[in-house]
Design a protein around this ligand. Sequence first.
Ligand code: GLC
Length: 748
Amino acid sequence: MFGPLLQYEQKEQSIILGYEERTAIIQVVTDKVINVFVPFVSKDHRSKAIEGDKQLPVSFTLAKGSGCLILTTESLICKIYDNFVIDFYDRDGVLLCADYRGQRTPRFQLDESALELLKKEGHDINMAGNGNYPVQCVKKLDAHDCIYGLGDKTGVLNKRCYEYENWNSDIPDPHEDSFKSLYKSVPFFITLKENGVYGIFYDNTFKSYFNFGKENDGYYCFGSDDGNLDYFFIGGKDMPEVVQNYTYLTGRMPLPQKWALGYHQSRWGYDSEETFRGLADSFRKHRIPCDALHFDIDYMDHYKVFTWNKERFSDARTLLSDLKKQGFKAVTILDPGVKVEKDYPIYEEGIANDYYAKSPDGRVYVNAVWPGDAVYPDFGSPNVRKWWGEHLRFYTDLGVGGIWNDMNEPASFNGPLPDDIVFTDEGRPSTHAEMHNVYGHNMARAAYEGWQNLTGKRPFVITRACYSGSQKYTTVWTGDNQSLWTHLRMAIPQQCNLGLSGIAFIGADIGGFGADTTPELLTRWIEAGCFSPLFRNHCAKGCMNQEPWLFGEETLAIYRKYVELRYSLLPYFYDLCRECELTGLPLIRPLVLHYENDINVRNLNDEFLAGEHLLVAPVIEQGAVKRMVYLPEGTWYDYWTHEEYQGSQYHIVDAPLDTCPIFVKAGTILPKAPAQMYVGEIEDPALILDVYPGTGSYKHYQDNGEDFAYRSGAYNEYLFRTDGTRNLEITKLHKGYKEYPEIVVNYI
Ligand code: GLC
């Protein structure tokens, strides 16, 4: 396909490679990030994930080797051969990532007659495409390679041996391990090797395919239906550095408002002013901390976006202002589908300005969502994003605290949108095939930018569909899970992989969205879920209500214990957000992120870290009251009893219904807050520091938790150090915000 390399030319940090049959380009983006680009359809990159010029000035050398060109940066060596075969090495010459040279040999292939036969009984073979894609890349797999990332895909943490597709899909059926795709497209994965690690970001928005050794154990493959071959090889000395380099490229979660880390209550079916007033009173009466109440589609008039149902919410402004007095923020859902209805202002305005996607014949394209016939705002156009963002004034004026974007795969009830529906990619006409996977991304961008312009505060946006880089604008949830033990389990690797893929502010619906929860399931779910950055209980219309006081005293008491635990840990979570903004490291982390050399954690699906200091081993089996916990190297302390445990081994620990096993690493200085019913209830809370035995240091961050003043220096940063004696050292690294009234130190 490429032929021999006939000539090459260096242009600044790019090498233009003249192969006999086509041109390819290698760009040194940073010392550790190299872009591989074959302009099949366009000369420009067309990235939606990467904003601005990320190229850093880097010195590198280019030399002729035997049968190859050798590009050497301070950290990487890249050898480029005929036929555009490329290998990446670290600076010590360890081969990290090699293009596969052999013939592709699928383990098995099905002929037409076998497929026909299988179909007769309704078996869906569900292969990710046919294995051969118009744009593709095949790379060598070594025996012990593990693969992580790829966003919200279901199944286990280590994706090796599985295949996936990126095509944002609204799937209300119970999510299964075998699903190829779900709501999000995050074409980034990390390959952990016996002696090294690297990431690949395949920046192509068309339907894409990832076969991580299912086809053959000796290679993996990624490809897509169309577009350019455009991927980034991402190096780093360890997994955290690879995540850091990937998020340098695609962006990092900006610091959220602090209340967004509090507890959120939601239900599809909270459909009146009385319901919300009742909810607010019940939370306060039962002393369950809560910061946000979510308004699902029931608040709208006939599911028309930018409207309120006046019969059921006669005075939304007063309702929201009363809720605010009780310490609640309102978060309203907003779907992209705009109802087709004469004289409905948003619909008419969008039609008049040509803001909706069209069929190739020029007519506005109509499908159906909740309101019935609906049209799709063309969020790839900057004008449409601006228009939509300005209309958010409808919500901000009423005092709404955040926006929840849903159905933005985009969902369509009258069959899929045809590939050739015309959408815009910034200034250029494009197609649904190219813009589908970034529809949610662009909608989130519209919401983030609009909200920021309107309020000056840090926008709180949630989205169901997204693409790489959406973390700059939005938090995400994992969509319509169900009240199933398997789904409680699944949420752990799912959130760990989302985090490794740069998407750090994440959560799964606590209690489960579809189907009916049980007191035990809800209890175990709040125990695990209180560590998810997005901490929301949400369920579907028609399913059992999931407010914690509906399941008896025991459930209520345990529920309260874990929501209180979350509120006490808010300074820690907020520090993790700050760390994420600076480094891209997620809040919820698989153990392998920090202990990559420990083979016991490479396939660990049922434990996770919250930051580097807390290890959480939730109970995810019905009836279990003990569980096996693997602790990695070092000394650990039981959070509840302070009992000491040694790492690098398995332990069987007690986990009665009210106990989620949590372990704290020796030397941890854990920042905590006094009890509050909502963020801001105490105007200036004290800081509590739990200091665990051992030596350690910890950076703590403090600001007003609301706006962007911190970017001009309005924050405090502290460094705490413990040497194991009861003598905590406190240093102020930055002073730009008011002091804590008190710092209380507890030696554990
Ligand atoms: C979708 C969302 C769900 C929401 C429902 C109604 O199914 O995923 O969270 O409650 O739509 O808006």
